[in-house]
Structures are given as C-alpha cells and as structure tokens.
Design a protein. Structure first.
Length: 121
C-alpha cells in the first residue's frame, strides 16, 4: 500500500527532445530502392541508391552493352532497425505526411497554381 502512495506522489517531468544529427548525416542521401527484412523481434530496413549504367550508341550498340551487364549496383545509403511494436507508429507518421502532401498538391491545383493558363479552351 505504501508503494502505491509513493508512486502516486511522483511528479512527471516532461522534457523536450533535442534532435541531433551526426556530422556524416549533414548531407542527405537519395534512395530509390528499399529492402525490408524481419527477424524475431525487429524489422531491418535498408535503403539503396540505384544509378542506371550509362548505355549509349545506336540501338544495337545499346542492346549489346546491356546484354554484357551482369548486374546493376545498388549502394546502401542507410539502414535502420525498427522494433516490431514501434513500426505501426512509423507507418502512421509516413502515411500522415503523404496524405498532407497530397492534399497540399491538390489544393495548389484547385487554386490555379500548376494549372495551364491557356485561355484558348
């Protein structure tokens, strides 16, 4: 009983988060490919940058160059591990930002920004 009273007397102290980025994160990396792997408790999410190889020349030269390729490199630019219980919050945050972005783009179109101003129609 005494323990319960002691816990109720404790005051909660709220502190703000100070987001800190290591110096190596000063430049953002571009990712256009992702691999998600799952172990017993966590999700391992790897982000990759794929740059298409430079293939030039006539159509037959380009085909020949493409056929010689064994693979296309995918450079890992970031890898994170997310606890299974936290992943729904990550997905919800990404979904909320995606929806806000879509609404903002739609609003810009509705307000005439991004629409063609051709009056010949």
């Amino acid at each position: 009983m005494a323990k319960k009273r002691e816990e109720s007397k404790r005051e909660k102290i709220e502190l703000r988060l100070e987001h800190q980025f290591p110096e190596e994160f000063s430049l953002a990396s571009f990712a256009n490919h992702m691999v998600v792997q799952k172990d017993e408790h966590d999700f391992h999410i790897s982000f990759f940058q794929i740059t298409p190889p430079l293939i030039v020349g006539t159509e037959s030269e380009r085909r020949e160059q493409a056929e010689k390729l064994q693979s296309i490199p995918a450079k890992c630019v970031a890898r994170i591990v997310v606890a299974e219980g936290y992943l729904p919050r990550v997905i919800a945050a990404l979904q909320a930002h995606l929806e806000r972005t879509a609404k903002a783009a739609e609003s810009e179109l509705d307000n005439g920004r991004g629409k063609s101003h051709d009056k010949t129609a």
